[in-house]
Design a protein around this ligand. Structure first.
Ligand SMILES: [Zn+2]
Length: 167
């Protein structure tokens, strides 16, 4: 997947988790934003000209990036950097799983190379859809947590459904 698709998917997943678990602390928001910021790091293998999707797209790389970010961001609390680094690589791998080129996301625990082949990594519809959903999820979280807008939206939708079903 392209960078914008990965960023969108990271926004979508992290802010959906925050919304569902009703996490509102500054720590949880920073962890989510750090995850989004780090989500394209696995594609550094292209720049380094090492085998693509081999060393940087698996659970071992997720643990290593977690440790690196835990060290860098330890003044914030080591678990923030660790969670962000680990989630960033796993969410990146999840995004690439939808595309054509197979790889082993659970290496070294499970070596089988897999891919769902739903779309090409550069498919514009898929990448833009993830970006749009991610940005929408991000704003939805803040609307629901910090304002009444989310509940007002629900009321509006309810009212529309009521009008449509009674006519
Ligand atoms: Zn990738």
């Amino acid at each position: 997947m392209r960078a914008k698709g990965h960023a969108g998917m990271a926004l979508l997943i992290t802010f959906a988790i925050l919304s569902l678990l009703r996490l509102t602390s500054m720590e949880s928001i920073i962890t989510a934003l750090l995850t989004v910021a780090a989500v394209t790091i696995p594609d550094i293998d292209i720049k380094l000209e090492i085998k693509h999707r081999k060393y940087t797209h698996n659970i071992l790389a997720a643990l290593i990036l977690g440790l690196i970010l835990a060290l860098i961001y330890h003044p914030l609390g080591w678990y923030i950097g660790f969670t962000a680094g680990f989630l960033a690589v796993m969410i990146h791998a999840l995004g690439d799983l939808f595309t054509i080129m197979p790889f082993a996301p659970l290496w070294p625990f499970y070596r089988k190379e897999i891919s769902l082949k739903w779309f090409r990594y550069d498919n514009p519809i898929a990448n833009n859809a993830f970006l749009t959903l991610g940005v929408a999820m991000f704003f939805t979280y803040f609307l629901f947590i910090y304002t009444d807008t989310g509940y007002m939206l629900i009321d509006v939708v309810r009212e529309i459904i009521r009008i449509l079903t009674t006519s």
